[in-house]
Write a protein that binds this ligand. Structure first.
Ligand code: ATP
Length: 218
């Protein structure tokens, strides 16, 4: 394979309420498997009234920072939290692109469910002008796409994610078995006074404990 001249940058958005080992293993496996230079975890802004009680956007961000500290390929991109309302992905990608060289490759990571919802996204048909899309899919999943995406997949998908060439424009599937952990489960464990050790990195656990997050009020 000829080495692409540009940097290879991935981006994974999420609520990260809190970040856990499922997110981190998935991110690391994509970064290693696709030889990315950097994979940015991007916490999403939510309207302030939708934040979990006791847990602010700043806390979610700090936990992501704790999680990636010392992990060379993973980083944090806080730009969507600079606003307190949700950002459109297309606008985030435009901003990222403006900071990158024209030959740099940008990869947007999306779970299958998010990918299927694409046709409802603001200016969704422009997304591939700025990035490639990596669809994270379970090996055992059924992959019948919605009708609105059939033509796009036929025109833009490539079977080998390693073969994605150029800065943007194609779609590839990445098959991964996700770890059976969710942020919902972690919030529930904490609210019932149980431990989440080994479900989140130790540094994240220390942050949760120090700030008394997600626990039921005494
Ligand atoms: P919640 O339980 O609050 O819905 P979550 O654990 O699903 O949260 P999100 O912040 O919503 O976490 O997820 C961000 C991204 O990470 C999404 O694309 C989601 O599909 C993916 N993701 C969530 N859990 C896992 C997991 N265990 N393994 C791999 N990817 C995951």
């Amino acid at each position: 394979m000829t080495k692409s001249p540009g940097r290879r940058v991935g981006v994974l958005g999420g609520t990260f309420d809190p970040i856990h080992i499922g997110h981190l293993r998935s991110a690391l496996e994509v970064a290693e498997g696709l030889t990315l230079d950097e994979l940015r975890l991007m916490p999403n802004a939510r309207p302030p009234h939708r934040d979990t009680p006791q847990v602010s956007a700043q806390d979610r961000l700090e936990m992501v920072r704790c999680a990636v500290a010392g992990v060379p390929m993973l980083s944090v991109d806080a730009r969507e939290l600079a606003r307190d309302t949700p950002s459109y992905t297309i606008e985030t990608l435009e901003l990222m692109r403006a900071e990158m060289a024209a030959s740099d490759q940008l990869f947007l990571l999306l779970g299958w469910d998010a990918f299927c919802g694409l046709p409802s996204w603001h200016r969704w048909e422009e997304l591939l002008q700025h990035c490639h899309i990596l669809v994270l899919q379970r090996p055992d999943a059924d992959v019948e796409p919605p009708d609105a995406l059939r033509n796009l997949l036929a025109a833009r998908s490539v079977s080998d994610p390693q073969a994605l060439a150029g800065p943007a424009g194609n779609i590839a599937f990445v098959w991964q078995t996700p770890l059976a952990v969710s942020a919902t489960q972690i919030r529930q464990l904490l609210a019932s006074g149980k431990s989440v050790r080994f479900l989140v990195p130790d540094a994240v656990l220390a942050y949760i404990d120090a700030h008394n997050l997600y626990r039921a009020p005494n």
